[in-house]
Design a binder for this molecule. Structure first.
Ligand code: AMP
Length: 383
């Protein structure tokens, strides 16, 4: 596989992009100053038709890195599905579709989103009635459509595997393999992943044509712009500590992580009872409930979002001021993803871990594998 060193010819401004005038104008209208490192590396390669493996985290701007070339590759005159984006979660699918819609605003490509958790009927209808060139979805539901014969992928020319490590973690490997066997060999493939375990290497070797391997240094969005703190709190006082923290913050927009659905539900109820309007997000919610909760949070109608790890990856809400680990994350990787919900796109943010006595050992283990230091702090004075 080729690496950055062989191909390093990064893009320095968006204006240099060899794309159509209408796409160039939509990119300019995003208000982004300059390409992010992964965009600078991946855009020229993908626009040239090369396969790319990008080692990049969420928050790195990877969505635009694969979406701009994807939009450019779509031919409005051609029939059938031309591009397929596979993602691990419904939330990520919605975000990718939204970004593609925004970037294609002057020549809309209107993606069809195919995810589980919602009824399949309207999706079948959309596939039948709309001559969409692009599908974004999760592996399980896409495979379901393939098996029902409601989706054909024989005309796919551009394929994206986004957050590939996460898809494999979720047990989607066999589904992904089956889906790829429905696509032509002659296609362009982009794979993005935050980590590169052996299983992904295998996938790359099986399914890609001598891809360019691109790595960006910003492994953790965490290092520079997220202030990482922990407070020692007795297990019993965590809710009080959380309230103190929220009260002390100016215009807080807080994502609070719990490990279990039950824990999240309980905390949400408690906060509401105490007069703190908050949203609740976990895997047991329906898609429309999730959408509503996220919209209320993104729009500022609720300032607190209590969530399980479903929200740890891929969730892109601007202006999250605090991420709070009410319960410890399971491991360092989850920690990094959780705290990546704040300080997005160059903004500042605070990540706070509320540490109960019994969690200290486990937290020490996580801290040891983090690139940045997590400082001990004490609760704001108004406690
Ligand atoms: P992603 O890694 O794709 O989830 O993107 C993270 C966030 O960065 C999204 O809100 C994008 O809209 C934003 N973004 C993408 N590209 C840029 C850029 N070049 N400059 C600033 N923000 C960007």
């Amino acid at each position: 596989m080729k690496t950055n060193a062989d191909t390093y010819n990064p893009l320095t401004t968006f204006a240099d992009l060899p794309v159509s005038e209408r796409l160039g104008r939509a990119v300019a209208e995003q208000g982004w100053d300059a390409p992010t490192p992964i965009q600078a590396l991946a855009l020229p390669e993908l626009l040239r038709g090369e396969d790319v493996v990008g080692l990049a985290q969420t928050g790195s701007g990877k969505t635009a890195a694969f979406s701009i070339p994807l939009i450019e590759a779509l031919d409005p005159k051609t029939k059938g599905i031309q591009a397929l984006v596979l993602v691990p979660t419904r939330e990520l699918a919605a975000q990718v579709a939204a970004e593609i819609t925004s970037l294609s605003r002057h020549a809309p490509v209107r993606p069809i989103v195919l995810c589980g958790g919602v009824s399949i009927g309207p999706q079948i209808k959309a596939l039948r009635n709309r001559s969409a060139g692009l599908v974004v979805g999760t592996p399980g539901r896409i495979l379901d459509h393939l098996q029902r014969g409601t989706l054909q992928l024989g005309t796919v020319r551009y394929l994206v595997l986004d957050e590939a490590d996460r898809m494999l973690d979720m047990g989607f490997a066999p589904d992904v393999g089956r889906i790829l066997s429905h696509t032509p060999d002659e296609r362009q493939t982009a794979l993005f992943s935050a980590t590169m375990p052996g299983t992904i290497q295998g996938m790359v070797e099986r399914h890609m044509r001598s891809p360019h391997r691109l790595t960006v240094e910003a492994e953790a969005p965490t290092v520079d712009t997220v202030e990482q703190l922990y407070y020692r709190v007795d297990g019993r006082d965590k809710t009080r500590a959380l309230r103190t923290l929220i009260d002390a913050a100016e215009e807080p927009r807080v994502v609070v992580f719990r490990r279990t659905k039950h824990g999240a539900t309980k905390l949400h109820r408690q906060l509401e009872r105490d007069g703190y309007r908050s949203g609740l997000l976990h895997g047991g919610k329906t898609q429309s409930q999730r959408d509503k909760t996220l919209a209320a949070f993104a729009g500022g109608r609720t300032r607190i979002l209590v969530a399980t790890n479903v929200a740890a990856r891929g969730l892109d809400i601007p202006d999250v001021s605090h991420v709070v680990n009410y319960d410890l994350p399971e491991d360092a990787d989850t920690y990094v993803h959780r705290i990546g919900r704040t300080a997005r796109a160059g903004r500042e943010g605070v990540a706070v871990t509320l540490l109960g006595d019994s969690e200290r050992k486990e937290f020490d283990k996580i801290r040891r594998s983090l690139p940045a230091k997590v400082h001990e702090s004490s609760l704001p004075l108004s406690a």
